[in-house]
Design a protein around this ligand. Structure first.
Ligand code: SF4
Length: 207
């Protein structure tokens, strides 16, 4: 039996905090939050379309059909607090019940706890997963196709607009909103990680 209960507990705790905070969130904050995440959701849709066209046929042939896949093979995948907020906003109650169910029991697989029979249980998977690139894709797809590599690099730069706090970014502001409403979570890295706090400090010193 494989336990990652501390990870599961922390993830579940964050989701429950988000759920409770959303319930008592003022309408104006809810509307602002919904509006603020739209550009990011659009980015994720375009990214998913690019990956489906460019990466997925290769992934299917080399990893999925041969059962070699290492994607989603990590037990404790890194997530930001804003990742959790965004997926929760986009999920139905039934979607979230599936997430709560797997987090409430031991992970007996060798894979990510969120990997279900039909893929990821998250409606909007964590950004670290969305931007993951294996060596196979790098060598077989991006190196021989400069135009695909260029598009991928554009997506990488675009992702930073939401997560790299050398300027005001969505993932930081989502945490700030929930902190203002009294929430706390170990996944609030934009307010707790020394590395991210240093980046934010550089930006605030400049302004
Ligand atoms: S995409 Fe989903 S199932 Fe795969 S590693 Fe990320 S969170 Fe886990």
């Amino acid at each position: 039996m494989r336990w990652n209960s501390e990870y599961n507990r922390d993830q579940l705790q964050s989701f429950r905090i988000i759920e409770r905070t959303c319930r008592r969130m003022p309408d104006s904050d809810r509307e602002n939050l919904s509006r603020a995440i739209q550009p990011y959701l659009h980015f994720r849709t375009r990214l998913a379309e690019f990956q489906a066209l460019t990466f997925v046929p290769h992934c299917r042939a080399t990893c999925y059909d041969t059962a070699l896949s290492a994607c989603c093979g990590f037990e404790s995948i890194f997530t930001f607090f804003a990742d959790q907020v965004i997926t929760m906003i986009e999920s139905s109650p039934a979607d979230m019940e599936s997430v709560f169910r797997v987090l409430s029991r031991p992970n007996e697989t060798r894979n990510c706890v969120y990997l279900g029979e039909n893929g990821c249980l998250w409606k909007v998977p964590p950004v670290s997963c969305a931007m993951f690139l294996c060596d196979g894709i790098r060598k077989e797809i991006l190196e021989p196709r400069p135009e695909a590599a260029q598009t991928w690099n554009q997506f990488r730069e675009e992702e930073k607009e939401y997560t790299h706090p050398v300027r005001p970014v969505l993932f930081d502001s989502v945490e700030s909103l929930f902190i203002r409403l009294g929430a706390d979570s170990p996944h609030m890295y934009f307010h707790k990680s020394p590395g991210l706090l240093r980046l934010k400090e550089k930006w605030t010193l400049k302004t």
